[in-house]
Design a protein around this ligand. Sequence first.
Ligand code: FEC
Length: 286
Amino acid sequence: MAYGSPERLEDVPAYYADIRGGRPVRPELLQDLVERYRQLGIEDGSPLNAITEETRAALEAELGIPVFTGMKHWTPRIAEAAERALATGATTITGLVLAPHYSRLSIAGYRAQLEDALAGRAELAFVESWHDEPGLVDFLAERVRGTEAHVVFTAHSLPARILDEGDPYQEQLLETSRLVAERAGIEAWSFSYQSESDTGEPWLRPDILDHLAELHGNGVRAVLVCPVGFVADHLEIRFDLDTEAAQRAAELDLAFARIEMPNADPAFVQVLSGIVRRALAVPSTA
Ligand code: FEC
C-alpha cells in the first residue's frame, strides 16, 4: 500500500478532499497545492504512482506470488486491491505499507481500509512497522556512509498531540535514525520533521526549514538529508526538500544534498520481500 498521488492537475481537488476526509479545504491551500503539483510536473506523470507500480512488479517477481497495489488516497484504492487479491482465491493476505514507521494517524488508516475491505474474508498478516528492519538500516547506511556533511534524517510531521497519546511514531523515527547513523559510522547527525500541514494545530518540530538555520548557526556548512520516513520520490521529497529546503539552504550558504530514495532499487525490493515472507509465516490474529 502507498499514499497515492493525483495523475492530473484537475485531480488535485478530489485528492485533497480525500486526504481531508470530509473536513473543509481552504481555497488558498488548494490553490497552493495545485501550484506545487504543477511544479512537480504531474501532467507528465506522477513519480509516486509510477515508482509504486515499478516496486509492485519487482516485488511480485521476487516473491513469486501476486502483489497488488492499493492507494490510501488515490486509485487503485486499497479496497480494489483487496478484491483483486481475494479473486485469486487467497486465504491469507499480507498488508505492507510503503512507509516504515507506525502511527495511529498514518499506518492505522491503511490497516483500517484493508480490514474493512476484507471484512473477514481472508486472514490478514499486517506489517505494523518495519522501522528497525536490518535490511532497511543497511540500505540507508550505504547511502550516507562516508559523507563529510552533517546528516539530517527527516520524516513527515504529524500533529504534536500524538505524543500525549503514547503514539510510537517519533520513537521509531529516532530509532531508525540512530541505527542508520551507527551502522554508517556517522557521528554528526540530527533529526527534523518536514512537510507540516497548515491545519491550525501544533505539529511535531523542529521543522527542517528552522533546523537548517539552527545547524548553520552552530557552524555546520554542509548537510546531507536522509528522509527515513519515506521510501520513494514524490511531492514531499521533490518539492518540500529539493525545492523548498534546498532554497533555504542556499539562502544560508549551506551546501545541501539528499540521498537517492530507495524507490524500486533491487536491493530495497529484496528488503521488502524479506518482510513479506516473514509476515506470511506468522499471520496476525487481529
Ligand atoms: O507525491 C504525492 O502526490 C504524494 C506525496 C505525499 C506523501 C505523504 C505522506 C504522508 N503524509 C502523512 C500525513 C499527512 C497529514 C496530513 C497530510 C496532508 C497531505 C497533503 C498532501 C500530502 N499530504 Fe501527507 N503525504 C503526501 C501528500 N499528510 C498533498 C495535503 C496538502 C498539504 O498539507 O500539503 C494533513 C491532513 C489534514 O489536512 O488533515 C496528517 C504521513 C505520511 C508518511 C506516511 C505515508 O506515506 O503514508 C504521516 C508521500
